[in-house]
Design a protein around this ligand. Structure first.
Ligand code: ZN
Length: 542
């Protein structure tokens, strides 16, 4: 059980970053998605695996065979067969706050291929048009030839490249770090998180916020700013340095492997920059600076990719006791923990995000089939709150419920168990979980939750989310943007207002076009009117 008392924070993994990471994993890459993707991948169906993980492939390998030859095409296909799109989704860079959604506008190189006259790069992208369609990820190909870098010469690929920051591609380069997307290389994560000689001591200094000492222990001469830097500015730089999750053991070697020609290279993160020098032997030094001051020097330094310098977040969440192996992607759990990962029950784990609830799957057997039990921290003890016949009840209190609710009405204290039972009884936790799933585009999981927990009097589409939008409206929005994305992939640029223009919608590829065509202004009315149909549509969506 992961009790709050066990958590010891680290200077570079604050609560907000940890929470965003946990939410992203829990709601963005749920076990059902991972299982479906693994099943398709094991069957040799890479396209099916991508579809299961909401990864859209924007190129045709057959066309690559014609354009770049059989050798390049077969190397590409080999990589696509070992691509774990769910693992890619798990590891793609995310916002370090809030619900931890995918960073927008990224272009992440995954693998490179040299052909006759042209080079190809397989890349993952997060253009806004794909994220709006339920946090979808796009796989695209970049072609490097005599005419410079361009996409696979198709309209869909070009639309993606226009919507991402190509200049940032080197920052997120994973070509040498396949453990973040390739199932066959996933165990390589263990080496990245491994305990190098002296690693534990360095990590302890980093945890305690003594970053400069940690860098010194890792063999770097540290300079905070330049001779003109004020003491106040130095303190600010030191604080920024402490917050960076740098993977110090083996850093200089990894940078040399990645950028063999560079004697100087830079780590950029937010407003700060670290300039590493002496990489080609001699004394390795690091200068802590601001991005602005580094830019002002005029020399363009190669940027060290994030995967090379940063500590994998999963390793720290696991080390700090914030997740267990069963909370992790099986390939990640197998790499960073010693035992094979065992997954949480998909229906169980959501309760542990509720405040006051410590765990959820203890003692489910004695509570009877179909009933749920949560453990609540009640004073010094852990108490059980059980759902029996649809009602949540504290069972470790002798007080009669009526007596306790009378005390509460009279302004007396309510026990943590009673508070949790009331909260769960209101069903708000289900709606909150549905909203989080929909934020991450996980429609099937949201629908399943509503079907299982929604009360029979309310159609799933009528539930109102925290922002005042109904589930039905949110689904319609996701469908509209998915249709736009698929039209872009097909090379048919969507007109500005898909909903308002029936002519723009092709009669293929979408399961429920009738619902899709609804005009925005009528959407709300129709959503409310067609309550009966909504339940069926929810089921049909996947
Ligand atoms: Zn209690």
């Amino acid at each position: 059980m992961t009790g709050q008392a066990m958590v010891r924070w680290s200077a570079f993994v604050d609560e907000s970053r940890a929470q965003a990471g946990i939410e992203a994993r829990r709601y963005g890459v749920p076990p059902t998605m991972i299982e479906a993707a693994i099943e398709r991948r094991s069957a040799g169906d890479w396209r099916g695996a991508c579809a299961a993980a909401d990864v859209e492939c924007f190129f045709d390998p057959e066309m690559i065979r014609r354009r770049c030859g059989a050798e390049v095409a077969s190397a590409l296909l080999d990589d696509l067969r070992t691509l774990a799109p769910d693992l890619l989704r798990w590891h793609l860079p995310r916002y370090a706050h809030g619900s931890g959604r995918l960073l927008a506008g990224l272009l992440v190189p995954l693998a490179g291929y040299d052909g006759a006259g042209t080079g190809l790069t397989l890349a993952a992208a997060t253009p806004g048009l794909a994220l709006k369609a339920g946090e979808r990820i796009v796989l695209t190909l970049l072609e490097t030839g005599s005419s410079g870098a361009r996409s696979g010469a198709d309209a869909g690929g070009n639309a993606v490249l226009q919507a991402v920051r190509r200049r940032g591609a080197e920052r997120y380069d994973l070509r040498s770090y396949r453990m973040f997307w390739n199932a066959a290389c996933a165990m390589g994560l263990r080496e990245l998180c491994g305990d190098a000689v002296g690693g534990a001591a360095i990590l302890r200094l980093q945890d305690e916020g003594r970053a400069a000492e940690a860098w010194t222990a890792a063999g770097f001469d540290v300079t905070l700013g330049s001779s003109r830097t004020t003491p106040e500015e130095q303190r600010r730089l030191a604080r920024w340095l402490s917050s960076l999750p740098v993977n110090l053991p083996g850093l200089a070697q990894r940078v040399s492997d990645e950028l063999p020609a560079a004697d100087e290279a830079v780590i950029r993160c937010g407003s700060g920059a670290l300039v590493l020098s002496g990489l080609n032997g001699g004394t390795t030094a690091v200068e802590v600076a601001t991005s602005r001051s580094v830019r002002a020097r005029g020399t363009v330094l190669p940027e060290i990719p994030y995967a090379v310098w940063s500590r994998p977040l999963d390793a720290d969440l696991f080390r700090l006791g914030l997740v267990e192996t069963r909370d992790l992607h099986p390939l990640v759990g197998a790499a960073i923990a010693d035992s094979a990962a065992e997954r949480a029950e998909p229906s169980g784990w959501r309760y542990s995000t509720e405040s006051g609830i410590e765990a959820q799957y203890a003692d489910t057997v004695s509570a009877g089939a179909g009933n749920a039990v949560v453990l609540v921290r009640c004073g010094a003890d852990l108490h059980r709150v059980v759902r029996v016949e649809g009602r949540w009840q504290p069972i470790d209190h002798d007080d009669h419920p009526a007596r306790e609710s009378l005390i509460q009405r009279l302004g007396g204290p309510v026990s943590p168990c009673r508070a949790v039972a009331q909260h769960l009884g209101s069903g708000r936790h289900v709606i909150d979980a549905v909203a989080r799933f929909l934020d991450h585009g996980r429609v099937a999981e949201a629908a399943r939750l509503l079907e299982r927990h929604g009360d029979s009097g309310t159609a799933p589409g009528d539930f109102v989310l925290t922002d005042g939008v109904t589930v039905g409206e949110r689904l319609a929005d996701l469908r509209e943007h998915t249709l736009r994305l698929w039209m872009t992939r097909a090379g048919t640029p969507p007109v500005r207002d898909v909903q308002g223009s029936r002519a723009a919608i092709p009669a293929w590829g979408y399961p429920d076009l009738r619902f899709q065509k609804t005009r925005s202004s009528r959407l709300k009315r129709i959503t409310r009117r067609s309550r009966k149909g909504e339940s069926a549509r929810l089921k049909k969506h996947r």
